[in-house]
Design a binder for this molecule. Structure first.
Ligand SMILES: [Fe+2]
Ligand SMILES: [Fe+2]
Length: 143
């Protein structure tokens, strides 16, 4: 399965956010590795990787949204809507997870990768550019 590999094009120029994005990409890789596991542990590993990823995504979105609000980012509401759309997909998927849906899990992994690349490039980099050379009211992770 093709992996999501960090490159400088994904940078939002805020190091702690870049680091969280890198970590999430690693976790997507772990989900892919779990999907390639053979034998009876497969379902447990996939389920655990998916739950961990979903939790980490939620934490990241929370921090990012607080950061945008505290710094009066004008497009905060739309940004939050984008995040919520992915969270709904993840909740749906985790809720329906069962052995018959492993194929769907692979599709989900592809969906998450596409979503990340699109979201980081179109939306996260947009606020990165907006805040470039501006004094931040609250630094990322300091709220
Ligand atoms: Fe975002
Ligand atoms: Fe982000």
């Amino acid at each position: 399965m093709s992996s999501l590999i960090w490159c400088d094009d994904y940078s939002v120029n805020i190091r702690s956010i870049d680091n969280e994005h890198k970590l999430l990409m690693e976790m997507v890789k772990e989900l892919d590795s779990a999907l390639e596991t053979q034998g009876h542990v497969l379902l447990q590993l996939v389920s655990a990787a998916l739950k961990q990823l979903s939790h980490a995504i939620r934490m990241h979105f929370d921090s990012e949204e607080r950061f945008l609000l505290l710094n009066n980012y004008p497009d905060s509401v739309n940004h939050q809507k984008e995040h919520n759309a992915l969270l709904m997909k993840l909740d749906d998927f985790i809720g329906n997870f069962s052995s018959e849906q492993l194929v769907f899990t692979e599709q989900m992994s592809l969906y998450i990768k596409d979503w990340f690349v699109r979201h980081i490039i179109l939306h996260d980099r947009k606020f990165g550019n907006f805040f470039r050379d501006k004094e931040l009211a609250t630094p990322y992770g300091m709220n």
